[in-house]
Design a protein around this ligand. Structure first.
Ligand SMILES: Cc1cc2nc3c(=O)[nH]c(=O)nc-3n(C[C@H](O)[C@H](O)[C@H](O)COP(=O)(O)OP(=O)(O)OC[C@H]3O[C@@H](n4cnc5c(N)ncnc54)[C@H](O)[C@@H]3O)c2cc1C
Ligand SMILES: *[C@@H]1O[C@H](CO)[C@@H](O)[C@H](O)[C@H]1NC(C)=O
Ligand SMILES: *[C@@H]1O[C@H](CO)[C@@H](O)[C@H](O)[C@H]1NC(C)=O
Ligand SMILES: *[C@@H]1O[C@H](CO)[C@@H](O)[C@H](O)[C@H]1NC(C)=O
Ligand SMILES: *[C@@H]1O[C@H](CO)[C@@H](O)[C@H](O)[C@H]1NC(C)=O
Ligand SMILES: *[C@@H]1O[C@H](CO)[C@@H](O)[C@H](O)[C@H]1NC(C)=O
Ligand SMILES: *[C@@H]1O[C@H](CO)[C@@H](O)[C@H](O)[C@H]1NC(C)=O
Ligand SMILES: *[C@@H]1O[C@H](CO)[C@@H](O)[C@H](O)[C@H]1NC(C)=O
Ligand SMILES: *[C@@H]1O[C@H](CO)[C@@H](O)[C@H](O)[C@H]1NC(C)=O
Ligand SMILES: *[C@@H]1O[C@H](CO)[C@@H](O)[C@H](O)[C@H]1NC(C)=O
Ligand SMILES: CC(=O)N[C@H]1CO[C@H](CO)[C@@H](O)[C@@H]1O
Length: 645
């Protein structure tokens, strides 16, 4: 009897592999504790208190706007100094100065430095390594740009934050969140600043800068309760694509991340969904997440994975950055390295004329479905230049395909182009690994300019199934180019062929889409605010409406979208929005985290100084919602008087 029982036990323990214990980076083990707060003078403890332990002074967060420097309610210099002293390193609290201050009258004006900065301005590294700069300066409000690029007259902070915490530990993040929440200060998170809509900036804010959280750990065999057993990588919130791909390659694996070299993988990218050169094979980056470590709005540091905070885990995989908390690290699945073949080619209308040019483009569009069914990803642009138009494939990316197979995929197209008498000089290369292919094929992308608005649309597979559908979709794209707009597009299918897609917050429109197309409208750099608004209106409600009209019920990718996207809740999340909003209300009822067009952001708006859509102003409640929101906040504040003053 006894023998029998123990052998059953043994068999059971062999079958059920124990799941992974919580593995924290060193910087995640340095945390703020209640025990520590209890040792501080009460006045200081109040500044940094956790939400469930202490409630801010009455009415503080119930004012119409977040406090702003010089409004009389902004925390005193003394309070900021106290914050600085509690952080894990002495220089972690930064009072930012825009880089281009060297170009304007003032104490640090320096013509030589200004020239160097101007020469380097469009290089994205110039901005990523800075605590406040963002890659879409239009949404910072265009103050303090190098004058030969955009003369802003003087150098003010504009949409940049008032203070930045260069976060090096979980402690720093907890202190920042608690301080901002308790003192009515707007909070923003900047990782790399790649966000298309300026979500990583904000005037009069305290910014948590996650860029330096760079740790990476590899697991040979990660065991997750969701059923996954296999290689995995845990990476810090500040890890960028070039660093993650290198680390993966060092261990002979690949991970699903973006094409851009400098994008911050574990910040806005993965939380917003994340498309990848591997998406037609492995889905969206968010589909591959096993767990997040996160500091929530209360200041608590916790895990969101398949067994812990499951609702938060669901929301963080596609629900968008800057909304539910500050993620400190993410664990993702990894897959074996594979060979990749990539191709690039281009042609333009100069010698062949527009009709042949468009016939060549059309021959490619006609095969979108066939190509992605072979797990390929292609990245192409169609750019007008005066009377001419250029098509550039850069690159066509065929993961796990040999030169021969990839050549078979493309040869029919090249034959068609030859038949159309369109000269091309294609380059086809087989790489031994994804890492080599990615490094060689994707150039460093520049910072975006000071006079363009971008928008995007997901085009469903069904649009390309019939000739009528292809005519209509192709017509809409062609019309935009003929109207002078560039198209930057991706042919991919991030629907998992094998095993189905995990249930998460990724925009359902991605699942049946095979084209993600981005376009932009430029305006004259000297345009008045009114002219810019008019140009934007005709872009958002004119051109982009034509794309919406041919893709009814679909949506747009929130990470590469128009800041003025109408009906963004449906567009970015479709039928998942209601559930996301419920999770937001539950984890962040006081809107400690706010970003434009983020889940639950409806009640607030940035009142910019120039009336343009940007971060250059106070964050205030939308007037109609004040009374209800305020009473909701008061109701929440009342029942928790823990400390007696
Ligand atoms: C050149 C370029 C190439 C790109 N390539 C791709 C691509 O291949 N695939 C793709 O899907 N997208 C791509 N994007 C879009 C990209 O996904 C978004 O710009 C994304 O927001 C970048 O995230 P980030 O953290 O680097 O940027 P940031 O601008 O720093 O942050 C973006 C948002 O996430 C929030 N956030 C950042 N870190 C955290 C955190 N730790 N916790 C919580 N919230 C956080 C910020 O507050 C902000 O709201 C590209 C963008 C650019 C400019
Ligand atoms: C708090 O708000 C209530 C209602 O608006 C007001 O009557 C009260 O005077 C405020 N208290 C403080 C300290 O501002
Ligand atoms: C760009 O910046 C680098 C330092 O990051 C500097 O060495 C270089 O001179 C700058 N380039 C130009 C053209 O000034
Ligand atoms: C900066 O210039 C703008 C526009 O000319 C002006 O409105 C603003 O008052 C100036 N700010 C400062 C601090 O001089
Ligand atoms: C999920 O998170 C909890 C809490 O950190 C942890 O105990 C558990 O092991 C995690 N599960 C997996 C599979 O990692
Ligand atoms: C890659 O190709 C090999 C050989 O054709 C195949 O066995 C393997 O399943 C492929 N991997 C993926 C992820 O498709
Ligand atoms: C891929 O697209 C090209 C260009 O349209 C086409 O010629 C080719 O047939 C497609 N591949 C497959 C497998 O259909
Ligand atoms: C598609 O467009 C072509 C060229 O304009 C036209 O000849 C063809 O009849 C159209 N097909 C359908 C089904 O509308
Ligand atoms: C587009 O039209 C809608 C509805 O008329 C309007 O609310 C919105 O402000 C317009 N968008 C822009 C950018 O003008
Ligand atoms: C909201 O109301 C306040 C006064 O209560 C006013 O100053 C502000 O301009 C209004 N904001 C908008 C966007 O109408
Ligand atoms: C290798 C491979 O998957 N080839 C497929 C490419 O797509 C065409 C059309 O869908 C299929 O017929 C091939 O089998």
């Amino acid at each position: 009897m006894t023998l029998f029982a123990s052998s059953v036990l043994l068999a059971a323990s062999l079958l059920s592999v124990p799941s992974q214990a919580r593995t924290l980076f060193k910087y995640e083990r340095i945390q703020l504790t209640q025990e520590y707060l209890d040792t501080l003078p009460q006045e200081d403890a109040q500044l940094f208190a956790f939400e469930d332990k202490f409630v801010a002074a009455p009415n503080k967060t119930a004012t119409r706007c977040r406090y702003f420097p010089d409004d009389g309610k902004w925390p005193s210099d003394k309070a900021w100094t106290k914050l600085g002293k509690q952080l894990s390193s002495v220089d972690a609290l930064i009072k930012p100065v825009p880089q281009a201050a060297v170009c304007y009258p003032g104490p640090i004006q320096d013509d030589v430095k200004c020239k160097q900065l101007t020469a380097n301005w469009t290089n994205s590294y110039t901005h990523i390594s800075d605590p406040t700069e963002i890659l879409s300066p239009v949404y910072q409000g265009l103050t303090c740009q190098p004058p030969t690029i955009y003369n802003s007259g003087n150098c003010t902070l504009g949409g940049y934050p008032s203070y930045v915490i260069n976060a090096k530990t979980v402690l720093d993040i907890q202190l920042g969140i608690n301080f901002a929440r308790n003192d009515g200060v707007r909070l923003v998170i900047k990782n790399t600043g790649h966000d298309f809509a300026g979500k990583s900036a904000g005037a009069g804010s305290l910014s948590l800068w996650t860029h330096n959280l760079k740790d990476i750990t590899f697991f040979d065999k990660y065991v997750d309760d969701s059923g996954y057993t296999g290689p995995a990588i845990k990476a810090g919130a500040g890890v960028q694509a070039f660093e993650l791909y290198k680390a993966a390659s060092d261990h002979g694996v690949v991970v699903v991340a973006g094409e851009g070299q400098t994008v911050g993988v574990m910040g806005g990218y993965i939380q917003g969904g994340g498309h990848s050169p591997l998406s037609s094979l492995y889905g969206m980056a968010a589909d591959n997440v096993l767990g997040f470590e996160i500091v929530t709005a209360t200041g608590e540091f916790t895990t969101a994975n398949s067994t812990n905070n499951q609702d938060l885990f669901w929301a963080l995989r596609g629900g968008g950055g800057g909304t539910f908390g500050v993620v400190t690290s993410v664990t993702v699945k990894a897959y074996p390295e594979m060979p990749v073949t990539a191709a690039s080619w281009s042609f333009d209308s100069t010698k062949i004329g527009k009709d042949r040019f468009w016939a060549g483009v059309r021959a490619y569009v006609d095969h979108f479905i066939d190509n992605v069914s072979n797990s390929t990803y292609s990245y192409f642009t169609i750019s007008p230049n005066g009377n001419d138009v250029t098509f550039r494939m850069q690159p066509f990316f065929a993961p796990n395909k040999t030169l021969n197979t990839a050549s078979n995929l493309l040869q029919p197209h090249w034959t068609t182009l030859t038949r159309l008498n369109i000269p091309i000089n294609p380059k086809l290369t087989q790489y031994k690994s994804f890492y080599d292919a990615w490094q060689a094929e994707f150039p460093l992308e520049p910072q975006s300019d000071v006079q363009t608005a971008f928008g995007s649309r997901l085009f469903p597979r069904s649009n390309f199934e019939s000739e009528t559908g292809r005519n209509i979709s192709f017509g809409a794209l062609k019309d935009s180019v003929n109207a002078g707009q560039i198209i930057i597009a991706f042919n991919m299918a991030p629907a998992l062929a094998r095993g189905g897609n995990p249930d998460n917050a990724v925009n359902p429109a991605w699942r049946n889409s095979i084209l993600h197309a981005i376009t932009g409208r430029r305006w004259d750099v000297k345009s008045s605010a009114n002219d810019i608004l008019a140009a934007r209106k005709s872009f958002t409600n004119g051109t982009m409406q034509k794309w919406r009209d041919v893709t009814p019920g679909s949506g747009s990718y929130l990470n590469e979208a128009d800041r003025l996207e109408p009906n963004w809740q449906q567009s970015f999340w479709g039928n998942k929005y209601a559930k996301l909003l419920g999770i937001k209300r539950n984890y962040d009822p006081k809107d400690v985290f706010w970003a434009v067009n983020a889940v639950g952001s409806e009640g607030w708006t940035v009142e910019s100084f120039d009336g343009l859509p940007n971060e250059n102003g106070r964050l205030c409640m939308v007037n109609e919602t004040i009374s209800t929101t305020t009473s909701r906040m008061r109701a929440m504040e009342e029942p928790t008087p823990v400390m007696v003053v």
